[in-house]
Every structure is written in C-alpha cells, then in structure tokens.
Design a binder for this molecule. Structure first.
Ligand SMILES: *Cc1c(COP(=O)(O)O)cnc(C)c1O
Length: 341
C-alpha cells in the first residue's frame, strides 16, 4: 500500500538531482573553514537574507538555540510566544544550556503585537530578570502555518529594538512565510538581528539549517556551535544539498501551499471536522475533530495508508510537502471521510 505521509515536511527525501549534487560536492574541513561548498552555501544564504554572515548548523533547534545564546546571557530572559517552537519543542535548551529563562506570551495566532512585546518587558527591579531579547516564529507552526504580515513583523520588531532588545527570528519555514505574505525573505529577515531557517523541511535537504546575522554574532555563533558539538568536518555534501534546495526547491513551495488549500477546503466539507480556513495560509493544515478522539482517528487513518500528526491532545496536523501530490490529497480526503463516517 502506498502511504500518504502528512506527518511533516521533514519527511521529504532528497531528489535524484539533489543526490547527484551531493555526490559531486567539493569538500574540505568545515571546522577549519575550508569546506568550499559549505562556505558557498553560507554566502548564498547570507546574501538571500540580506545579512552580513551565515553559519550552517545541524538543525533548526541548534539554529534557534545559538540565536538565543548570542542574544541573551545567563540569568536573562527572552520573550517568546507561548505556543512557539522555542518555548515548547526545543527540550528547554535555552534554560539548560544558556541559563536563559523564557517569558511565554499568549497570542491569538503566534503574531505578537507591539503592545504585547512592550508589556512582556521587565521593569528595572532587582527582583526581575533582565529582558534581553525576543523571538518571533514565521511561519508559526503550532498556530497552523500562519505567516506574519510584513508590517506586523516590522512593528513588533521595531518595538523590541526601541527597547534595546535583540530579535531572533525562528524562520524554520521562512521561504513559506515569504511566499504567503508576499514579502521578500530579505524584508522579513530585516526585522530581526539573527534568523534561522531550515533546509530540511519543505526545501527537501536531508539535514541542516542556516543561522544568518551580523558578522560579529555569527563569529560568536561559531564558538557556540563548537561548544555544542556541532562542528562537523567534510560536510560539503550537506552544503550541496542546501545550495541545490535554495536554487531549485523554493519556487515549488507554491505547490505545497495549493495542495494544503485543497486539503483544507476538502476537510471543511467532511462532517465532524472543524477547520478554520483563514488559518490555512501555507503548507500546514490543523483541524479539530467533533466526533472522535485524535489518537484513534490517527490510528484508523494509518491503517488505511494516511499518516498525520497530533498537535496537543485535541488537534490533528496534516502537512503537505515535496512527497505529496494532488492525487495524495484526494486519497487523504477519501480516507478521512471513511474514518469519520
Ligand atoms: C521544525 C522547527 C524547528 C526545529 O527544526 P529541527 O531541525 O527539527 O530541529 C524550529 N522551529 C520551528 C517553527 C519548526 O517548525
């Protein structure tokens, strides 16, 4: 049975052409700064995002952790949306490894208003930790792939900067965000000091993220990467996958967005499914079930060849990606209808 795997866009397999680019990559020792392919990827990424420098890191989690570590010190606090990946899904890294506390802020859709940023900043008081930075997430994963309007990101970022905070942008799906908002990745990146984006999700590379920012922060980031055990050697193969992804996999994200839209509109027609179509803006579709618990629903779907994920205990997440075509979307809709019938 062919499986329609909608659990995550991290499941994308490198294409045959990407594998060829990887096999042909020129290599060197990247801790020595001598891997020409990784160096090229870092240059291209920095240029695309309009930043001075960039650093290849093992994962989005490492990119965010290092982004936070260069923005705040032990005993300080960072502001983050309460449903953000940084707060919920990075194993408490900022606290465990940086001694940095996260101040979670509840939002409607993962988009912080300037007032929410301002209100979360601690006043000068010996009882309080000092607020050093804020992180924003675009697109916002657990809020369903919502893309920040450029003006909203700019306003929140300006508020943070006016208050002396550093801004880290968790742009795991930054290219999806740009596509949905109509803004350039450089315009979104300009709202932050440091930005991390994933190569390993919709862009289809097997591994890696890139942290971009000012040269000074990226030099500091290199030290942290080494300390975290993320200094790798002849990794030009991964660099080549990343370069291939930036050259060939960005424009096709529109197909994933179109497939997600079809999927969401189809789900909205199925009895027992509650989906807010206004929140389906990119390649994630989050929906609630009115007549069935999430776990047995996902089990029944899996038995019929369609896999999805849970968000918390009450919601299901389907993700479209390079390995999902319009036929797969129809198959998923058929299976969901059957399971809920
Ligand atoms: C996936 C994801 C990350 C982390 O990426 P990994 O490579 O899985 O560590 C960070 N932030 C968001 C919003 C994500 O969706």
């Amino acid at each position: 049975m062919a499986i329609v795997d909608l659990r995550s866009d991290t499941l994308t397999m490198p294409s045959a052409e990407m594998r060829r680019a990887m096999a042909d990559a020129e290599l060197g020792d990247d801790v020595f700064g001598e891997d020409p392919t990784v160096n090229r990827l870092q240059e291209v990424a920095a240029e695309r995002l309009g930043k001075e420098a960039a650093l290849f890191v093992a994962s989005g989690t490492m990119g965010n952790l290092i982004g936070v570590l260069v923005s705040a010190r032990k005993g300080e606090e960072i502001i983050a949306d309460a449903d953000s990946h940084v707060f919920l899904s990075e194993a408490g890294g900022a606290a465990a490894l940086g001694g940095i506390q996260v101040m979670p802020v509840r939002t409607e859709a993962g988009v912080l208003t300037p007032a929410q940023v301002a209100d979360a900043i601690r006043t000068e008081d010996e009882h309080h930790p000092r607020t050093a930075a804020v992180t924003f997430e675009d697109t916002h994963n657990y809020h369903g792939g919502i893309a920040w309007p450029l003006e909203a990101l700019r306003a929140a970022s300006d508020e943070a900067h006016q208050n002396g905070l550093a801004v880290h942008l968790d742009g795991a799906r930054l290219f999806n965000a740009a596509l949905a908002s109509g803004a350039g990745v450089d315009q979104l990146a300009a709202c932050a000091d440091t930005v991390s984006f994933c190569l390993s999700k919709g862009l289809g590379a097997p591994a890696g993220s890139v942290l971009c920012g000012p040269a000074e922060s990226i030099a500091e980031a290199r030290r942290w990467r080494k300390m975290l055990g993320g200094g790798m050697r002849e990794i030009g193969m991964l660099g080549a996958a990343g370069l291939f992804a930036l050259d060939n996999m960005v424009d096709r994200l529109a197909e994933d967005h179109a497939n997600a839209r079809t999927l969401a509109e189809g789900l909205a027609e199925v009895g027992g499914v509650k989906v807010d179509l206004s929140r389906v803006q990119t390649n994630l579709v989050i929906f609630e079930l009115e007549s069935m618990a999430v776990e047995p629903f996902l089990e029944e779907c899996t038995r019929r060849g369609v896999r999805g994920g849970a968000v918390g205990r009450k919601k299901v997440r389907f993700v479209t990606h390079y390995g999902v075509n319009p036929g797969d979307v129809q198959e998923a809709l058929r299976v969901v209808g059957e399971v809920l019938a």
